[in-house]
Design a protein around this ligand. Structure first.
Ligand SMILES: [Zn+2]
Length: 435
């Protein structure tokens, strides 16, 4: 294990160089790479992954039947419910050989999920993300402000000299901590800001309210929830620089990055992406579901994984003036939720979604804030749910929310829907609406 940790930086550098080199490949070259990678993945999955051996035998499919990208549709979709209920069968019998790193996520629907990514996938993800930041002008060593869930026990922010990053703990976001942070930003002068759109928008809000200026930055990099047009405008106007949005997920089955031209690219050298309509067919114009296949995760292959987020496309054949061969989409329609306000004045947006990852038997969940000191937690559960699940849930939520807020857990048959049909993870009935 220790050996693999030490090998990681070298693997990251190698992969990063590969991603840098391959970004201006021709479409044909990219296509050859995709076919080769998918064939290898499918052969491996059929031989070593019990779930895929069983599935392929059941539908009478052999790895040799997959010769073109269009053949991939012969393989049924993998959804979160299958990953949740057949976790063990999706792990390759030789997974140890590739490295096994357990991870969990709640995704955009609040459904907790546990899975493995291997060492190669982890280094590919870091390298691919570094290349995405690169498109925003970031170089290794550039000073960055990162607003994220760090769980600092004793302070609101910390500066890390080695990575040259000023880290602000989003769990502590309040008017006072932001004003404190602004003073530190003006002292450290980071050139890039990275974080959830909500957190950076609140930075702007409080700066404007207190009539404080913030030292200039070259670019803002956002992720983790939907970047609405209004949020983008707020950030680009205040900082007078471009926002680069990206989308990734813990399962590493997709990556979308915005280039200098403002186009969102499906990074097809990291994962194979499909955008399909409700009948799981490709289409030309409109909103569809995103499915992804990771080329790298041989320890636990995700093939045609239903990511659960929608994307909008209007011209599937569109090429981008940046010259990169990756498909262009119009919009990522991902997580979009209100935010929670705690009695001690903290505001918690999309950062909340990982609070309930570790409770057994929770199929999906939702926080509804009805007053400043009360939240109802709606839970859809399965038979594995028990007293310990409740204890784990409360522990996870208290870590973020503190002790002064009352939590009422309620088992429901389905989550509350908004008039637009969406089921957001947070619904605020005290006016803290999604901007
Ligand atoms: Zn581009």
């Amino acid at each position: 294990m220790e050996k693999s940790i030490w090998q990681l930086p070298f693997k990251v550098i190698r992969k990063y160089q590969f991603f840098r080199r391959s970004q201006y490949w021709s479409k044909d070259r990219l296509h050859d790479f995709q076919i080769k990678s998918l064939k290898k993945l499918i052969r491996h999955s059929y031989t070593n992954v019990p779930y895929y051996t069983e599935l392929f035998n059941k539908i009478d499919l052999r790895p040799e039947d997959i010769t073109e990208l269009t053949d991939l549709k012969k393989i049924p979709i993998l959804d979160k419910e299958i990953v949740r209920t057949r976790t063990k069968d999706l792990i390759a019998v030789n997974a140890r050989h590739y490295g096994m790193n357990w991870d969990s996520t709640s995704g955009s629907t609040g459904k907790p999920l546990h899975f493995i990514t291997d060492n190669s996938t982890q280094s590919a993800k870091i390298a691919a993300l570094l290349r995405s930041y690169n498109w925003a002008g970031y170089r290794i060593g550039s000073r960055m402000l990162s607003m994220q869930s760090y769980y600092f026990s004793d302070r609101n922010y910390k500066y890390n000299r080695f990575y040259n990053v000023l880290r602000f703990d989003s769990n502590r976001l309040s008017k006072n901590t932001i004003l404190d942070l602004i003073a530190e930003i003006n002292h450290r002068k980071p050139k890039f800001i990275m974080g959830f759109p909500f957190d950076i928008v609140m930075l702007v809000r409080y700066a404007e309210e207190a009539k404080k200026s913030i030292s200039s930055v070259r670019a803002i990099i956002t992720y983790g929830e939907t970047l609405s047009k209004s949020r983008r405008t707020i950030l680009e106007t205040f900082f007078n620089c471009k926002v680069f949005n990206f989308f990734s997920l813990h399962e590493c089955a997709a990556l979308i990055s915005e280039c200098e031209e403002g186009n969102l690219h499906l990074i097809d050298v990291f994962a194979y992406h499909e955008v399909l309509d409700t009948r799981q067919k490709p289409f030309k114009d409109g909103i569809g579901k995103l499915y992804g296949t990771s080329y790298y995760n041989l320890a636990m292959p995700f093939i045609r994984y239903n990511i659960g987020d929608n994307v909008k496309i209007s011209d599937p054949g569109k090429t981008c003036p940046c010259g990169r061969p990756y498909p262009v989409i119009d919009e990522i329609i991902g997580k979009q939720c209100d935010f929670i306000e705690t009695p001690d004045g903290r505001l918690l947006g999309a950062v909340m979604s990982h609070s309930i990852d570790n409770a057994e038997g929770v199929v999906c969940s939702q926080c509804i804030q009805n007053s400043i000191d009360q939240i109802r937690v709606n839970l859809v559960t399965d038979p594995d749910f028990g007293q310990n699940s409740l204890i784990d849930l409360e522990k996870g939520l208290r870590k973020r929310l503190g002790d002064r807020i009352k939590l009422d857990f309620k088992q429901v048959s389905q989550l509350e829907k908004l008039p637009n049909g969406k089921t957001p993870f947070i619904i605020s009935n005290i006016g803290n609406k999604y901007i």
